[in-house]
Ligand binder design. Structure first.
Ligand SMILES: Cc1ncc(COP(=O)(O)O)c(C=O)c1O
Length: 428
């Protein structure tokens, strides 16, 4: 039998041996030891309904047997070779992505994380355009390397005090707290129009690409209004600037479509993916139109990128997502959860806004004067955890409750979640 060292000893070892930037949720955290589909279990055997999915990773559920089987078979056959040798999972996966991604996106490069995917996509954009500046959105998050942290529009995650130059930020489409103090639809998408002003005033005109999440996850589930990305793309096209869509958090059914950018009916020039692509096995990828991808001819290699095991996990994950039509399930259950959260909003003024698409939903908690209810979010998270529900939090003020459960969650699970959240909000 496995013996568990328990939360106190883990915290002590974290203090002693992990770099302290690796922080954890909760005043009284538990040790998680097992996962089964939408549930996690701690070292005392207590069950938790996972409503965060390891930040939008385990879309098919923890230890999904079909995916685990594919991983185990591959681990027992051929685990690693690197890309200087021919193996077939990597090319089969690239072919599958070409079929699933929007429009003409066709050729992929595989790496091991979302950060690397964005770093690589930015490099590809520079190679193709011969330009080196970028535009990003406030409240976006794109990674932890020098460049991707510099592309990140959240101070909380911008630890680097000497960011890369040549990056200009545009206001995001945060309708609840519009950065331009306007209201949709009378605003005529002023935030999207503002990108043209940014190009004309803050850049030298030599912009390779704009990078954006279709829904800003860490930024607080910021969900642009209809028409937003169409307007953005029109502007970028006029200036010959590529659009890199970061689907690291939104991809693979999460928002009710395979990719969130499909809600906006826009074809990105480059798309980045990670997280849910392999349901928990480290993965990253960027995919581009052939004419763009074909400019990247100098050697590029990621030792573990697209290795046989990761690619097998990804192929099995895509099988589960497509066979079980998880995007449609996310759309349906997401609507149910959103309606439930909106009903809670009517009873609890602490909930200022409910937003998101599919099973990527946020509830922004606010005080009576509309200021962020930061402390209250932590209390809700702790109390929900004690009741057996793991909810996330995000936003620049960390006052947005995040609901991103595995897409195989059931309506009964959501009812239990909503009832318990109702009780917890009433108890505050
Ligand atoms: C939208 C987005 N892009 C990029 C990243 C970075 O991905 P990774 O942690 O796999 O490097 C994240 C991580 O949360 C993310 O949410």
């Amino acid at each position: 039998m496995t013996t568990y060292i328990g939360p106190d000893e883990i915290i002590q070892k974290k203090r002693d041996y992990l770099i302290p930037c690796v922080y954890h949720f909760y005043q009284q955290p538990m040790q998680l030891v097992r996962g089964e589909m939408q549930y996690l279990y701690d070292h005392n055997g207590k069950q938790y309904l996972d409503c965060f999915a390891g930040v939008s990773v385990v879309n098919c559920g923890h230890c999904n047997p079909e995916i685990t089987k594919a991983i185990c078979e591959q681990v027992n056959t051929l685990q690693h070779t690197t890309t200087v040798y021919l193996t077939q999972n990597i090319v089969n996966l690239a072919e599958r992505l070409a079929g699933l991604t929007p429009g003409r996106l066709q050729k992929s490069f595989f790496c091991a994380s979302g950060t690397e995917a964005n770093e690589g996509a930015a490099l590809l954009a520079s190679i193709y355009t011969g330009k080196h500046e970028f535009i990003s959105l406030r409240q976006g998050l794109h990674g932890r390397t020098k460049l991707t942290m510099s592309l990140t529009g959240l101070s909380f995650w911008r630890t680097d005090t000497t960011p890369v130059g040549g990056i200009s930020f545009a206001p995001n489409a945060y309708c609840y707290r519009c950065p331009l103090n306007k209201q949709y639809p009378e605003c005529d998408l002023a935030c999207a129009n503002e990108i043209e002003n940014v190009i004309k005033t803050a850049t030298s005109g030599q912009v390779a690409a704009m990078i954006a999440e279709p829904i800003q996850g860490n930024g607080g589930m910021i969900t642009p209004p209809p028409g937003y990305f169409k307007r953005v793309k029109e502007i970028l096209d006029r200036y010959g600037i590529l659009l890199i869509v970061d689907e690291v958090q939104t991809g693979f059914g999460r928002t009710g479509k395979m990719f969130a950018i499909e809600h906006y009916d826009v074809e990105p020039d480059i798309m980045t993916m990670a997280k849910a692509l392999a349901n928990g096995t480290p993965v990253g990828a960027f995919t581009a139109r052939a004419e763009i991808a074909d400019k990247y001819t100098r050697p590029g290699a990621s030792t573990l990128g697209g290795n046989p095991v990761t690619a097998a996990a990804s192929l099995a994950t895509l099988d589960v997502i497509t066979k079980q039509n998880l995007p449609a399930r996310a759309a349906e259950l997401g609507q149910y959860l959103k309606a439930g959260l909106q009903q809670l909003q009517e009873r609890h003024p602490l909930i200022g806004d409910v937003r998101g698409l599919g099973l990527m939903l946020g509830a922004e908690l606010v005080l009576p004067d509309h200021s962020p209810a930061i402390h209250e979010v932590d209390i809700v998270l702790e109390k929900m955890k004690d009741r057996g529900f793991l909810v996330g939090k995000n936003g620049p003020n960390r006052n947005v409750l995040a609901f991103q459960p595995p897409l195989i969650i059931t309506q009964e699970d959501l009812d239990r979640l909503l009832n318990n959240l109702d009780d917890v909000l009433s108890s505050l």
